[in-house]
Design a protein around this ligand. Structure first.
Ligand code: ADP
Length: 245
Protein backbone atom coordinates (compact mmCIF):
# COMPACT_ATOMS: atom_id res chain seq x y z
CA UNK A 1 0.00 0.00 0.00
CA UNK A 2 1.14 3.58 -0.59
CA UNK A 3 1.60 4.48 3.08
CA UNK A 4 3.78 1.61 4.26
CA UNK A 5 6.92 -0.26 3.24
CA UNK A 6 10.01 1.18 1.59
CA UNK A 7 9.54 4.31 -0.52
CA UNK A 8 11.49 2.80 -3.42
CA UNK A 9 11.72 -0.87 -4.31
CA UNK A 10 14.04 -1.87 -7.16
CA UNK A 11 13.90 -5.50 -8.26
CA UNK A 12 15.98 -7.25 -10.88
CA UNK A 13 16.71 -4.08 -12.81
CA UNK A 14 18.68 -4.89 -15.97
CA UNK A 15 20.18 -2.86 -18.78
CA UNK A 16 22.92 -4.15 -21.08
CA UNK A 17 24.68 -2.15 -23.79
CA UNK A 18 25.69 -4.72 -26.38
CA UNK A 19 27.92 -7.06 -24.41
CA UNK A 20 28.34 -4.63 -21.48
CA UNK A 21 26.21 -5.68 -18.50
CA UNK A 22 25.94 -2.14 -17.12
CA UNK A 23 23.06 -3.02 -14.77
CA UNK A 24 22.46 -6.70 -14.31
CA UNK A 25 19.74 -7.86 -11.94
CA UNK A 26 20.08 -4.96 -9.52
CA UNK A 27 17.83 -5.02 -6.44
CA UNK A 28 17.65 -2.69 -3.46
CA UNK A 29 15.24 -0.61 -1.39
CA UNK A 30 15.19 2.94 -0.10
CA UNK A 31 13.41 3.39 3.22
CA UNK A 32 11.03 6.29 3.76
CA UNK A 33 12.75 9.23 5.42
CA UNK A 34 16.24 7.85 4.85
CA UNK A 35 19.37 9.25 3.27
CA UNK A 36 20.54 6.23 1.34
CA UNK A 37 23.89 5.96 -0.44
CA UNK A 38 24.70 4.05 -3.61
CA UNK A 39 28.44 3.48 -3.94
CA UNK A 40 30.78 1.28 -5.94
CA UNK A 41 33.75 1.44 -8.26
CA UNK A 42 33.72 3.32 -11.55
CA UNK A 43 31.73 1.42 -14.12
CA UNK A 44 29.74 -0.57 -11.54
CA UNK A 45 26.45 0.81 -12.93
CA UNK A 46 25.44 3.58 -10.53
CA UNK A 47 24.70 6.24 -13.13
CA UNK A 48 22.86 3.77 -15.32
CA UNK A 49 20.67 2.85 -12.32
CA UNK A 50 19.79 6.55 -11.91
CA UNK A 51 18.96 6.79 -15.61
CA UNK A 52 16.70 3.75 -15.25
CA UNK A 53 15.04 5.21 -12.15
CA UNK A 54 14.19 8.58 -13.70
CA UNK A 55 13.13 7.04 -17.01
CA UNK A 56 15.88 8.56 -19.16
CA UNK A 57 16.67 4.94 -20.03
CA UNK A 58 14.28 2.02 -20.37
CA UNK A 59 15.11 -1.15 -18.45
CA UNK A 60 15.29 -4.43 -20.35
CA UNK A 61 14.05 -6.27 -17.27
CA UNK A 62 13.08 -5.57 -13.68
CA UNK A 63 10.67 -3.35 -11.81
CA UNK A 64 10.73 -0.06 -9.90
CA UNK A 65 8.01 0.78 -7.37
CA UNK A 66 7.66 4.22 -5.79
CA UNK A 67 5.38 4.30 -2.74
CA UNK A 68 3.91 0.99 -3.84
CA UNK A 69 3.18 2.11 -7.38
CA UNK A 70 4.97 0.67 -10.44
CA UNK A 71 6.79 3.48 -12.28
CA UNK A 72 9.16 1.54 -14.56
CA UNK A 73 6.86 1.84 -17.58
CA UNK A 74 6.22 5.58 -17.15
CA UNK A 75 7.94 8.30 -19.20
CA UNK A 76 10.25 10.68 -17.27
CA UNK A 77 7.71 13.51 -16.76
CA UNK A 78 5.19 11.10 -15.22
CA UNK A 79 7.85 9.75 -12.87
CA UNK A 80 8.55 13.35 -11.86
CA UNK A 81 4.84 13.85 -11.21
CA UNK A 82 4.87 10.65 -9.14
CA UNK A 83 7.42 12.35 -6.87
CA UNK A 84 10.88 11.59 -8.23
CA UNK A 85 13.44 14.28 -9.07
CA UNK A 86 17.15 14.12 -9.80
CA UNK A 87 20.28 16.14 -10.34
CA UNK A 88 23.00 15.22 -12.82
CA UNK A 89 26.77 14.74 -12.59
CA UNK A 90 27.28 17.40 -15.23
CA UNK A 91 25.13 20.46 -14.73
CA UNK A 92 22.31 21.08 -17.17
CA UNK A 93 21.91 24.79 -16.60
CA UNK A 94 20.95 27.17 -19.43
CA UNK A 95 23.92 29.59 -19.28
CA UNK A 96 22.25 32.61 -20.93
CA UNK A 97 19.12 32.51 -18.76
CA UNK A 98 19.13 34.02 -15.29
CA UNK A 99 19.31 31.81 -12.24
CA UNK A 100 15.62 32.48 -11.52
CA UNK A 101 14.60 31.78 -15.12
CA UNK A 102 16.42 28.47 -14.96
CA UNK A 103 14.11 27.40 -12.15
CA UNK A 104 11.03 28.40 -14.14
CA UNK A 105 11.95 26.58 -17.37
CA UNK A 106 9.79 23.51 -17.86
CA UNK A 107 12.73 21.16 -18.23
CA UNK A 108 12.95 17.44 -18.63
CA UNK A 109 10.64 15.81 -16.14
CA UNK A 110 9.55 19.15 -14.75
CA UNK A 111 6.11 19.72 -13.35
CA UNK A 112 6.17 23.36 -14.41
CA UNK A 113 3.84 24.04 -17.30
CA UNK A 114 1.62 21.13 -16.35
CA UNK A 115 -1.18 23.59 -15.63
CA UNK A 116 -0.96 23.51 -11.85
CA UNK A 117 -0.37 26.76 -10.01
CA UNK A 118 0.22 30.26 -11.30
CA UNK A 119 3.36 31.78 -12.78
CA UNK A 120 3.48 34.19 -9.83
CA UNK A 121 3.25 31.28 -7.41
CA UNK A 122 6.06 29.49 -9.22
CA UNK A 123 8.24 32.61 -9.06
CA UNK A 124 7.67 32.87 -5.33
CA UNK A 125 8.57 29.21 -4.83
CA UNK A 126 11.64 29.58 -7.06
CA UNK A 127 12.88 32.50 -4.96
CA UNK A 128 12.26 30.52 -1.77
CA UNK A 129 14.25 27.52 -3.01
CA UNK A 130 17.08 29.79 -4.17
CA UNK A 131 17.18 31.33 -0.68
CA UNK A 132 17.13 27.85 0.79
CA UNK A 133 20.24 26.73 -1.14
CA UNK A 134 21.95 30.04 -0.37
CA UNK A 135 21.69 31.41 -3.92
CA UNK A 136 18.96 34.02 -3.41
CA UNK A 137 21.20 36.99 -4.13
CA UNK A 138 22.07 35.50 -7.56
CA UNK A 139 18.46 35.24 -8.80
CA UNK A 140 18.96 37.87 -11.52
CA UNK A 141 22.45 36.78 -12.59
CA UNK A 142 23.10 34.92 -15.84
CA UNK A 143 23.54 31.31 -14.73
CA UNK A 144 26.56 30.86 -17.01
CA UNK A 145 28.57 33.32 -14.91
CA UNK A 146 28.29 31.25 -11.73
CA UNK A 147 31.00 28.90 -10.53
CA UNK A 148 30.52 25.20 -11.18
CA UNK A 149 29.61 24.62 -7.52
CA UNK A 150 27.07 27.44 -7.53
CA UNK A 151 25.53 25.99 -10.70
CA UNK A 152 25.14 22.69 -8.91
CA UNK A 153 23.26 24.44 -6.10
CA UNK A 154 20.97 26.06 -8.69
CA UNK A 155 20.39 22.68 -10.24
CA UNK A 156 19.47 21.32 -6.82
CA UNK A 157 16.98 24.17 -6.36
CA UNK A 158 15.58 23.28 -9.80
CA UNK A 159 15.00 19.69 -8.66
CA UNK A 160 13.39 20.97 -5.45
CA UNK A 161 10.84 22.91 -7.52
CA UNK A 162 9.25 19.49 -8.14
CA UNK A 163 8.82 19.05 -4.37
CA UNK A 164 9.89 15.42 -4.74
CA UNK A 165 9.23 12.62 -2.27
CA UNK A 166 12.45 11.03 -3.50
CA UNK A 167 15.43 13.17 -4.45
CA UNK A 168 18.16 11.48 -6.50
CA UNK A 169 21.53 13.21 -6.21
CA UNK A 170 24.20 12.17 -8.71
CA UNK A 171 27.69 13.00 -7.39
CA UNK A 172 26.60 16.27 -5.76
CA UNK A 173 29.99 16.95 -4.18
CA UNK A 174 32.11 16.24 -7.26
CA UNK A 175 34.21 19.22 -8.35
CA UNK A 176 32.99 21.68 -5.72
CA UNK A 177 35.03 23.34 -2.98
CA UNK A 178 34.96 22.17 0.66
CA UNK A 179 32.89 25.15 1.87
CA UNK A 180 30.17 24.37 -0.66
CA UNK A 181 30.33 20.66 0.19
CA UNK A 182 29.69 21.64 3.82
CA UNK A 183 26.72 23.78 2.79
CA UNK A 184 25.44 20.99 0.58
CA UNK A 185 25.51 18.51 3.47
CA UNK A 186 23.55 20.94 5.64
CA UNK A 187 20.99 21.38 2.84
CA UNK A 188 20.58 17.63 2.44
CA UNK A 189 20.20 17.11 6.19
CA UNK A 190 17.64 19.91 6.43
CA UNK A 191 15.59 18.53 3.54
CA UNK A 192 15.71 15.11 5.13
CA UNK A 193 14.57 16.43 8.53
CA UNK A 194 11.65 17.97 6.64
CA UNK A 195 10.65 14.51 5.46
CA UNK A 196 12.36 14.19 2.08
CA UNK A 197 13.92 10.85 1.22
CA UNK A 198 17.29 11.07 -0.53
CA UNK A 199 19.21 8.59 -2.66
CA UNK A 200 22.74 9.71 -3.34
CA UNK A 201 25.47 8.44 -5.68
CA UNK A 202 28.73 9.90 -4.48
CA UNK A 203 32.37 9.03 -4.93
CA UNK A 204 33.51 10.75 -1.73
CA UNK A 205 33.29 7.80 0.65
CA UNK A 206 33.77 9.72 3.95
CA UNK A 207 30.97 12.06 2.87
CA UNK A 208 28.63 9.15 2.11
CA UNK A 209 29.47 7.46 5.41
CA UNK A 210 28.79 10.62 7.41
CA UNK A 211 25.58 11.56 5.58
CA UNK A 212 23.78 8.26 4.96
CA UNK A 213 21.65 6.04 7.20
CA UNK A 214 22.13 3.11 4.91
CA UNK A 215 24.50 2.29 2.06
CA UNK A 216 24.19 -0.06 -0.92
CA UNK A 217 27.40 -1.18 -2.57
CA UNK A 218 27.33 -1.97 -6.28
CA UNK A 219 29.74 -4.09 -8.27
CA UNK A 220 29.29 -5.32 -11.84
CA UNK A 221 25.77 -4.03 -12.20
CA UNK A 222 24.23 -5.29 -8.99
CA UNK A 223 24.11 -4.57 -5.27
CA UNK A 224 26.51 -6.88 -3.48
CA UNK A 225 26.18 -5.54 0.07
CA UNK A 226 23.87 -3.27 2.05
CA UNK A 227 23.98 -1.94 5.57
CA UNK A 228 24.51 0.99 7.88
CA UNK A 229 27.70 3.01 7.17
CA UNK A 230 29.51 1.65 10.24
CA UNK A 231 29.16 -1.91 8.99
CA UNK A 232 29.73 -1.20 5.29
CA UNK A 233 32.94 0.66 6.05
CA UNK A 234 34.53 -2.41 7.62
CA UNK A 235 33.18 -5.10 5.32
CA UNK A 236 36.25 -6.69 3.65
CA UNK A 237 34.29 -7.65 0.53
CA UNK A 238 33.14 -4.06 0.24
CA UNK A 239 36.65 -2.73 0.67
CA UNK A 240 37.89 -5.02 -2.10
CA UNK A 241 35.12 -3.99 -4.44
CA UNK A 242 35.17 -0.31 -3.65
CA UNK A 243 38.87 0.28 -3.32
CA UNK A 244 39.82 -2.12 -6.07
CA UNK A 245 39.48 0.47 -8.81
P1 ADP B 1 29.19 4.17 -12.74
O1 ADP B 1 28.19 5.29 -12.69
O2 ADP B 1 29.11 3.25 -11.56
O3 ADP B 1 30.58 4.65 -12.97
P2 ADP B 1 27.96 3.58 -15.28
O4 ADP B 1 26.53 3.29 -15.02
O5 ADP B 1 28.31 4.92 -15.81
O6 ADP B 1 28.83 3.23 -14.00
O7 ADP B 1 28.52 2.52 -16.34
C1 ADP B 1 28.37 1.10 -16.16
C2 ADP B 1 28.95 0.38 -17.39
O8 ADP B 1 28.09 0.61 -18.50
C3 ADP B 1 30.31 0.89 -17.81
O9 ADP B 1 31.05 -0.21 -18.30
C4 ADP B 1 29.98 1.87 -18.91
O10 ADP B 1 31.06 1.99 -19.81
C5 ADP B 1 28.79 1.21 -19.56
N1 ADP B 1 27.86 2.17 -20.20
C6 ADP B 1 27.13 3.14 -19.56
N2 ADP B 1 26.37 3.80 -20.44
C7 ADP B 1 26.61 3.26 -21.65
C8 ADP B 1 26.13 3.50 -22.98
N3 ADP B 1 25.21 4.46 -23.21
N4 ADP B 1 26.60 2.74 -23.99
C9 ADP B 1 27.51 1.77 -23.76
N5 ADP B 1 28.01 1.48 -22.54
C10 ADP B 1 27.57 2.21 -21.50
Amino acid sequence: SPGTGPLLVVEGLTRHFGGVRAVDGCSFTVERGSITGLIGPNGSGKTTVFNLLDGGLRAQAGTVHLAGRPIHALPPHRRARAGLARTYQATRIFPSLTVLENLLVPGRGSRAGSGTGSVAGSTTRAREWLEFVGMGEYAGHPAGRLSYGQQKLVELAQALMLEPRLLLLDEPAAGINPALVERLCEIIRTLNRGGMTVLIVEHDLPLVLSLCDRVHVMAEGRVLASGPPGRIEHDPAVQDAYLGE
